[in-house]
Ligand binder design. Structure first.
Ligand code: NAD
Ligand code: USQ
Length: 405
């Protein structure tokens, strides 16, 4: 299978490109290296020392004997280049990771909001329009987010993308009363994004639904939880293949931040009461899920296939307590810079991947290893001034008043 990995230099894209290459896919990585430029803008670096994309690809060739092509292209800004690339490479499938993915970064200022919307929505739309224009039958797998659903679910399990609803009709088309009768429908699960970044994923969802209906494109949207961990079987094979590890206040995600904070002796930064419950998945399981999704495409004419790509849910303060217990770290409840529910429950259906053979890596197996293999190993590279989260989401959070949602 020939597969283009858009965003293949990033945290999820790089290990996915190697995983697919190791399994015999002919892989092309497309990336505009904007994530590396944002590191420079923020004055923050990956905790792990990441090599240039050229060095990464050369090292992979040396280690595996396999070749990956790299194309430096901006999906949002260069639709003609994108179409030419698709026509030249004629891929069977594409994996789309190429978006600005940090919620705090998307909320820093009006400029960051505009950049995130322009970049993400145009990248996705340009890709869809280019596939149609190319006339090729390509399966598109997109990395979406659990955050499109919002996190207040009134106790129900969040289904995989679609919700069965029943409304009761009490009038006919002319408005005359009739004996009530039920009408069943399936709708996209109502969205409730918490940041401009998450909002772009909601907009992506609607673009996918439209192109699946109008052009019979084959699309899978993976509603992914928060990734934890750093390396996969492939990225462990050589120091030059190491994956990035973000710990700064904008790009660092909660569990990896806590692991790094424990390793450097920084009290774990629990936002608010730590009552937020979120979905998680290990990076090794993420690459396996993408492989499974590629092997199980929808048919042309099907609606968008949506999988919930997560394996566990946890409350933030429970995660912090667990890490303190296994590492001896301490935690601190810091004012929450975000506008989000201080406490929420989260129950999620993830049957599709489990039915297709995913065997999840659990937190209990992997946490300590992650602290030892990554966080402690590279702790000398940490810049502690980059740890505090400084992106305030609205006037309320600016004034330090707890949000009430
Ligand atoms: P990342 O920022 O590390 O990687 C994204 C890559 O895309 C970067 O290398 C960047 O340079 C590239 N890119 C961005 N805009 C581009 C453009 N216009 N043209 C070409 N390349 C572009 O992010 P990540 O953590 O690897 O996330 C990848 C995807 O997975 C995102 O869409 C994100 O929404 C989704 N996701 C990530 C997580 C997580 O915990 N990291 C969780 C759920 C979903
Ligand atoms: N949090 C803390 N302390 C910290 C960092 C975060 O308490 O030091 C809290 C946040 O307030 C939030 C929760 O932890 O309640 C999760 O924050 P996060 O930064 O780990 O995750 P999030 O902003 O939701 O974004 C990440 C990825 C994004 C992806 C999303 C999946 O950056 O690309 O879409 O996870 S999900 O959360 O399921 O929507």
């Amino acid at each position: 299978m020939k597969t283009i990995v858009f965003g293949g230099d990033g945290f999820c894209g790089w290990p996915t490109a190697l995983h697919l290459s190791a399994r015999g896919h002919e892989v092309v990585i497309v990336d505009n290296l904007s994530r590396r430029a944002i590191d420079a803008e923020l004055g923050a670096e990956s905790l792990t020392p990441i090599s240039s994309i050229e060095e990464r690809i050369a090292a992979w060739h040396e280690v595996s004997g396999r070749t990956i092509e790299f194309v430096d292209l901006d999906l949002a800004q260069d639709p003609e280049g994108l179409l030419a690339l698709i026509a030249r490479t004629a891929p069977d499938s594409m994996v789309h990771f190429a978006e600005q993915r940090a919620a705090p970064y998307s909320m820093k200022s009006a400029g960051h909001k505009r950049y995130t919307v322009d970049n993400n929505v145009n990248a996705t739309h340009n890709l869809l329009a280019a596939v149609v224009e190319s006339g090729l039958d390509v399966h598109l797998v997109h990395l979406g987010t659990m955050g499109v659903y919002g996190y207040g679910t009134a106790g129900m399990k969040i289904p995989e993308g679609y919700l069965d609803v029943q409304v009761t009709a009490t009038e006919d088309a002319e408005g005359n009363p009739v004996d009530p009768y039920p009408i069943d429908q399936q709708i996209l699960y109502p969205t409730n994004p918490g940041s401009i970044y998450h909002m772009t994923k909601v907009l992506d969802q609607h673009l996918f639904a439209f192109y699946a209906k109008n052009d019979r494109l084959r699309i899978t949207d993976l509603h992914q939880g928060i990734i934890w961990g750093t390396n996969t079987a492939e990225t462990k094979q050589d120091e030059r293949l190491v994956n990035r590890f973000d710990y700064d206040g904008d790009y660092g995600t909660v569990l990896n931040r806590f692991l790094m904070q424990a390793a450097v002796g920084y009290p774990l930064t629990v936002h608010g009461t730590g009552g937020q419950t979120r979905a998680f998945i290990h990076i090794q399981d993420m690459v396996r899920c993408v492989e499974i999704a590629l092997a199980n495409p929808p048919e042309a004419g099907d609606r968008v296939k949506i999988f919930n790509q997560m394996t566990e849910t946890h409350r933030v303060r429970d995660l912090a307590a667990l890490i303190c217990e296994i590492t001896g770290a301490t935690m601190e409840l810091v004012p929450n810079p975000r506008q989000e529910s201080p406490e929420n429950e989260l129950h999620v259906v993830n049957a599709t991947f489990l039915d297709l053979g995913l065997q999840p890596t659990t937190l209990s197996e992997g946490l300590l290893l992650e602290v030892e293999e990554t966080a402690k190993r590279y702790r000398e590279r940490a810049d502690l001034s980059r740890i505090p989260a400084r992106s305030l989401w609205n006037r309320t959070t600016h004034e330090g008043v707890p949000p009430s949602l």
